[in-house]
Design a protein around this ligand. Structure first.
Ligand SMILES: *Cc1c(COP(=O)(O)O)cnc(C)c1O
Length: 504
């Protein structure tokens, strides 16, 4: 299986090269040149398999230059029992009616990013070893809250790598911030940026293309790579859990093999829902892909009109990991909708860079709408969804998942489609105890309470245990307190490189 850039079909790489590089040199994203197919009868043997066995099977279809043994090692090192609080890794919980929640937050940082970031470092070190790469890798990451911690945790003390994470100063929850600034490890650095996530992401993308930094890095024996979902190695493990959710539902008798399901995905950078689209393209019986946004509803408008327009106010919300106006992975979907016409993608991305907006062709819009439904939730609607789900089902959701629940209700109301539906739950409610508690019990119950008290309160109300990674977080020392202007992100990179020189 070969990979090409969305912006140039002449650039072809193996999956190992695509994963090592992260982003293609001319700014495009790596995509598989064809999508492997699985017939329904080929799914049958996977029904009674474990998550790890299913992962081995799906991953081997895409990562054809990895040996079977290498894939197995990556999978079993990532999805270990001591790393995930559920043996099923990504369990499916019936909520009520036709709705099922797939909980993707049982990993070491309590958000779905672990599903990919626990395995990406293994892909990367395997690729480095097998390709005889002499350079070490500097992982540069912009985070809207959850990727940063998951990348730090995944790459912590992994030989041959160094991780630098930028997060928007005012754009992450108190718990997300605490998780990052207390990160341990000899190869990690965390820096806050004055600005929002789009600023941080734009800064990182510019650094990737900065020739001066690249040559400095190269002299040091390093090359950049990305742990953001622009990296194919982030996306491909996410395809696995859609198969796994479906197979689990068949196994438990909620579905008959071949039945179609809808999926609802709380969306920001469009990585998670794109993985669902790839699963559907491979042959997994998925009906509608329901794309749920918060008040940063650029994708809702895009799916409704075919016009992508980021020229709008940026909202800081209680679902911060979806506070994004430039959804990077949409570029990969555009490539699919344009039947792989790289010149179209170049021109759309040029327009986006120049004017902040573009319109897709009528044929592409029609295709888009045949697969996707888009909707969004306001802040009050998100809080109401947390509360109502708690009252109706006794189930406690985080704000991101609640955005998905609200949009699901809208979709059913509008279409009357009562198909079985998987709502992917992207974070543990314990990452957002303040907002979840106040949505359920009212504002009084959070007044004067500290983050650590709130965890206990939430545990009592939800009857869930505090996830192991968040226990005792308050007692950990703050190890990272850097703050920079968005123009100065490159200086932070230089200083990280210089620190490395001192080490050598
Ligand atoms: C990252 C994140 C999202 C958005 O996922 P994308 O792949 O960027 O669309 C949603 N919810 C949570 C909790 C996240 O961490």
């Amino acid at each position: 299986m070969q990979y090409q850039s969305t912006r140039s079909s002449r650039i072809r790489f193996t999956s190992m090269e695509a994963i090592k590089q992260g982003l293609s040199a001319e700014g495009g994203l790596f995509v598989p040149i064809e999508i492997p197919k699985l017939r329904t009868d080929e799914l049958e043997p996977l029904i009674n398999r474990t998550y790890q066995e299913r992962a081995e099977h799906i991953l081997s279809l895409f990562l054809t230059d990895f040996s079977g043994d290498d894939i197995r090692d990556c999978v079993y090192n990532a999805y270990r029992a001591d790393n995930f609080s559920s043996e099923e890794i990504a369990p499916v919980v019936p909520l009520g009616g036709s709705l099922y929640c797939q909980e993707l937050w049982h990993g070491p940082t309590a958000a779905f990013k672990d599903m990919a970031l626990q395995i990406l470092p293994h892909f990367m070190t395997t690729a480095i070893k097998r390709t005889g790469e002499e350079k070490q890798v500097m992982i540069l990451t912009a985070t809207s809250g959850d990727t940063g911690k998951a990348a730090l945790e995944g790459f912590k003390d992994v030989p041959g790598t160094f991780v630098l994470v930028f997060y928007p100063q005012e754009g992450v929850s108190a718990m997300q911030r605490l998780q990052m600034v207390t990160q341990e490890g000899g190869n990690v650095k965390v820096c806050a940026v004055r600005g929002n996530f789009d600023d941080a992401q734009a800064g990182v993308k510019a650094i990737f293309r900065d020739t001066e930094i690249n040559s400095e890095l190269s002299r040091m024996g390093y090359q950049f790579s990305s742990a953001n979902s622009i990296n194919w190695g982030r996306l491909v493990p996410q395809i696995v859990y859609y198969f796994s959710a479906y197979l689990d539902m068949v196994k438990k008798g909620y579905l008959t093999l071949g039945d179609s399901v809808n999926v609802v995905v709380p969306t920001g950078n469009f990585g998670n829902i794109l993985a669902a689209y790839y699963a559907k393209s491979m042959g997994l019986p998925i009906g509608k892909l329901i794309c749920a946004s918060n008040e940063n509803n650029v994708l809702t408008d895009f799916i409704k009109t075919g016009v992508y327009d980021r020229n709008r106010p940026f909202h800081t919300t209680i679902s911060p990991s979806m506070d994004i106006l430039i959804s990077s992975n949409l570029e990969r979907l555009l490539f699919e909708l344009a039947d792989g016409d790289d010149s179209q993608i170049r021109s759309l991305m040029d327009q986006l860079a120049r004017e902040g907006s573009y319109r897709v062709e009528a044929s592409a819009l029609k295709k888009l709408q045949s697969h996707f439904y888009g909707g969004y939730a306001s802040e009050d609607e998100t809080r109401a969804a947390i509360r109502q789900t708690f009252l109706d089902y006794g189930y406690t959701m985080d704000p991101h998942t609640a955005v998905g629940k609200k949009v699901y209700d809208d979709y059913v109301g509008e279409t009357g489609d009562s198909s079985k539906t998987i709502l992917v739950s992207t974070a543990s409610p314990f990452k957002f105890p303040r907002d979840v508690l106040s949505a359920i019990k009212g504002n009084e119950c959070i007044l004067g309470r500290e983050e650590a008290d709130l965890l206990c309160d939430l545990s009592e109300i939800s009857k869930m245990e505090v996830p192991f990674p968040l226990k005792g977080i308050k007692a950990r020392p703050v190890l990272h307190s850097n703050l920079c202007a968005k123009e100065d992100m490159r200086l932070e990179v230089f200083s990280a490189i210089k620190d490395k020189v001192k080490d050598i």
